[in-house]
Design a protein around this ligand. Structure first.
Ligand code: SF4
Length: 445
């Protein structure tokens, strides 16, 4: 790479959707001949992709902008917090430009203005799947932007707008390119994966000589043709989720669902304005497991939502106890600036929230630990993420990167494993989060 190329520093904050935005901007920067550099000192200008989901994310974003300004001085801000430019301008009036999420054109114009591109034919050579921030063997696949719901605790629709789905053939072509680039696992992300295609009236598109509907099942059928691991995130329990469970049972899709249930009391779910019918959730989870016993369910919950009574909370505990979810994240409710839930009466006192959170987490830890223990003695298909000394750090079908557990393969290095390899691992032990196992015959852990 030529030393005289214009250099851009990049700070990427927020969720996987924001990460995909960062990847697209980075790809465009590289296509246009910009060097991406890892330090403020080396950069001619810095782009900060912000998150604005909750107050702590706003604070983190403002801190990152401040640091980039102090260290470099030329800063372009984009991402979710860009939807509230007044917050940024008030804290940091010297930023060069502010744009919202997915506004790649505005970011590129601001970069062009601050740092005109130089033409060099050699640096046009970027991979056809673009640049990624994830390791080479897995990638996030964003299928839509925005959301048609109006959950009372969330301001994402006001920042990202209503649902806009990408046509299924476009998504499948991107997945195909990622597969050609060495990706082994696709992580399907959106705000509401179950709603995919509703804005396009589920239009059919052709890919590889066959028609696929722009809807969750059509997408899953197309992705299964690629022979990769496909993992679905942010799925709401609409009735048509039932249609994809058989694909999981047939091994066409990872038997894994990330469903943000958020609560189990119908009264609280109504106050939250959550999508998806909730009355029969437990029966549905049990029916899914009858069709696909391997199914792993990950979820997130909010405890201490305004108006949550002891009875509502007990209902939540009973649900997680009976549903035996595999992986669970939980948060004590905290108000988000601009969210409708802020106007709800009966806030739960902070100490009650914390006490409920601790009880919730203690119960779930027992459930998760017991579920992992049941895997000891089984053989699990795993994908290796890294080699660490003698260990290979891998994930089973039940583990999404970053948020779930790991499988530590004790003889991974001796077995010659590399990141991106698949292998069958005999599970020899477990703890609250992780599994331990061997690929070879040595039982001496
Ligand atoms: S489904 Fe609800 S929580 Fe999720 S992005 Fe839409 S409004 Fe927000």
């Amino acid at each position: 790479m030529s030393a005289s190329q214009p250099k851009v520093g990049f700070v990427s904050l927020g969720c996987p959707k924001a990460l995909v935005d960062s990847e697209r901007i980075l790809t465009q920067l590289r296509v246009e001949g910009y060097d991406i550099v890892p330090s403020y000192d080396d950069a001619d200008v810095v782009v900060v992709n912000t998150c604005g989901f909750i107050d702590s994310a706003v604070a983190e974003s403002l801190d990152a902008i401040g640091e980039a300004l102090a260290e470099n001085g030329k800063v372009i801000v984009t991402g979710c917090l860009g939807k509230r430019p007044e917050v940024i301008q008030q804290a940091h009036p010297d930023v060069l430009s502010i744009s919202g999420p997915q506004d790649y054109a505005s970011v590129m114009s601001a970069v062009h203005l601050a740092l005109p591109p130089k033409h060099d034919p050699f640096i046009d050579l970027v991979p056809d799947y673009g640049l990624k921030l994830t390791p080479k063997h897995y990638a996030y696949l964003k299928i839509s932007e925005g959301c048609n719901h109006r959950c009372s605790f969330c301001i994402i629709p006001s920042m990202r707008g209503d649902l806009v789905s990408r046509p299924v053939d476009e998504v499948l072509r991107e997945a195909e390119k990622l597969a050609r680039g060495g990706v082994k696992e696709l992580l399907v992300v959106s705000q509401d994966t179950s709603a995919y295609g509703v804005d396009m009236k589920y239009a059919a598109r052709e890919w590889r000589g066959r028609e696929y509907a722009t809807r969750m099942k059509g997408l899953c059928e197309g992705l299964s043709e690629l022979g990769l691991w496909t993992r679905l995130h942010y799925v709401y329990p609409y009735p048509h989720v039932d249609d994809i469970i058989p694909l999981m049972a047939e091994g066409k899709l990872l038997p894994y669902l990330d469903i943000p249930f958020q609560h189990a009391s119908p009264r609280i779910l109504k106050l939250m304005k959550r999508p998806g019918a909730v009355d029969k959730t437990l029966e549905r989870v049990q029916r899914w497991r009858a069709i696909c016993p391997e199914l792993t369910i990950r979820s997130t919950f909010i405890v201490g939502f305004p108006g949550e009574t002891d009875e509502d909370f007990e209902q939540l505990l009973a649900f997680i106890d009976q549903a035996e979810l595999d992986r669970v994240g939980a948060f004590a409710y905290s108000p988000v600036d601009g969210a409708a839930a802020n106007a709800l009466p009966d806030p739960v006192p902070e100490e009650v929230k914390q006490e409920r959170l601790a009880r919730f987490m203690a119960l779930q830890a027992e459930i998760s630990e017991e579920k992992l223990e049941r895997k000891v003695g089984t053989v699990q298909r795993c994908l290796v993420d890294a080699i660490d000394g003698e260990l290979a750090i891998a994930r089973s079908m039940a583990d999404a990167p970053e948020i779930d557990g790991l499988v530590q393969i004790q003889d991974g290095e001796a077995a010659g494993l590399k990141p991106g390899d698949f292998c069958d691992v005999r599970i020899m032990g477990s703890d609250e989060h992780d599994l331990f196992g061997l690929v070879g015959d040595d039982e001496d852990l």
